[in-house]
Design a protein around this ligand. Structure first.
Ligand code: NAP
Length: 251
């Protein structure tokens, strides 16, 4: 048996939130496996460009593109940019997300709607736009980056936890229809991942864990990047919510 060390050669991945800790790591992992990349970002273009540069250094073609995903016109525009540049999108990683810690009584309607726009509506619109062409080509991978908060409520608040839970329903709704077309749809639900803007790591190493994580530390972006790489290189894994949580939940 030979093992293909660049199984994503000839594939294009659109990754949202590629300027963030987790999105940047996913970009670097997929580039190493041979994928070309469209790296979407919000306010931090420099971080997305750094991930693109790293991808180019391992032989990938990579572009960055800005867009505020709270605007419902932006997902289609990102898809058009990707298709215009590389001809097709084979892999969608809907990773961009927001979640400002807020207790129930302080969550405003505006915050609720913005959280849903970025965390749920944008992934839905991207999948709706890109799945038909994946079906036509009989290949596709869709990964939604969710959160353990969808399963245990988490520490950010009801707007965030419920928006991530909506991604799980979306995963299950899409996965069954997609499976006969060679398209897999999964969600990855991380617990607490340091080295991100959502959860910056304390440089002195004194991070307090807001949840009792059995492995006793925050996760690292590369621990999500490597699982994502595994998911998109496996055509038999679909319709799953994959928790990467340091042993927090026993499933
Ligand atoms: P991060 O470093 O803050 O990255 C968030 C990413 O989302 C950034 O690239 C950001 O872009 C992008 N984004 C946010 N709002 C946007 C908007 N309106 N339009 C376009 N892009 C937008 O945090 P992260 O941890 O890597 O987050 C990645 C995903 O993992 C999120 O979905 C998050 O909910 C999920 N997650 C994180 C943790 C954790 O502990 N860190 C745990 C579970 C799940 P700009 O910075 O360029 O604006």
């Amino acid at each position: 048996m030979t093992i293909d060390d660049r199984p994503l050669s000839g594939r294009t991945a659109l990754i949202t939130g590629a300027s963030g800790g987790i999105g940047g790591s996913i970009a670097r992992h997929l580039a190493r496996l041979g994928a070309d990349l469209v790296l979407a970002h919000g306010r931090h273009a420099d971080d997305a460009e750094r991930a693109a540069q790293d991808a180019r250094e391992v032989g990938a073609r990579a572009i960055t593109t800005p867009g505020d995903l709270s605007d419902p016109d932006v997902p289609a525009r990102l898809a058009d940019v990707a298709i215009g540049e590389f001809g097709a999108v084979d892999i969608l990683i809907a990773n961009a997300g927001i979640g400002a810690p807020t207790p129930l009584q302080d969550v405003t309607l505006q915050q609720w709607e913005e959280t849903y726009a970025v965390n749920v509506t944008a992934p839905f619109l991207l999948a709706q736009r890109l799945l038909p062409a994946m079906y036509e080509r009989s290949f596709g991978r869709v990964v939604f980056i969710s959160s353990i908060a969808a399963l245990n409520g988490g520490v950010i608040g009801p707007h965030y936890a419920s928006s991530k839970a909506a991604l799980h329903g979306l995963t299950h709704s899409l996965a069954k229809d997609a499976a006969p077309h060679g398209v897999t749809v999964n969600a990855i639900a991380p617990a607490l991942i340091g080295g991100t803007r959502i959860l910056p790591t304390d440089p002195s190493g004194g991070d307090e864990l807001p949840m009792p994580i059995p492995v006793g530390r925050l996760g690292e972006p590369d621990e999500i990047g490597s699982v994502t790489a595994s998911v998109v290189t496996n055509g038999y894994l679909t319709n799953k919510i994959i928790t990467v949580d340091g042993g927090l939940l026993p499933r």
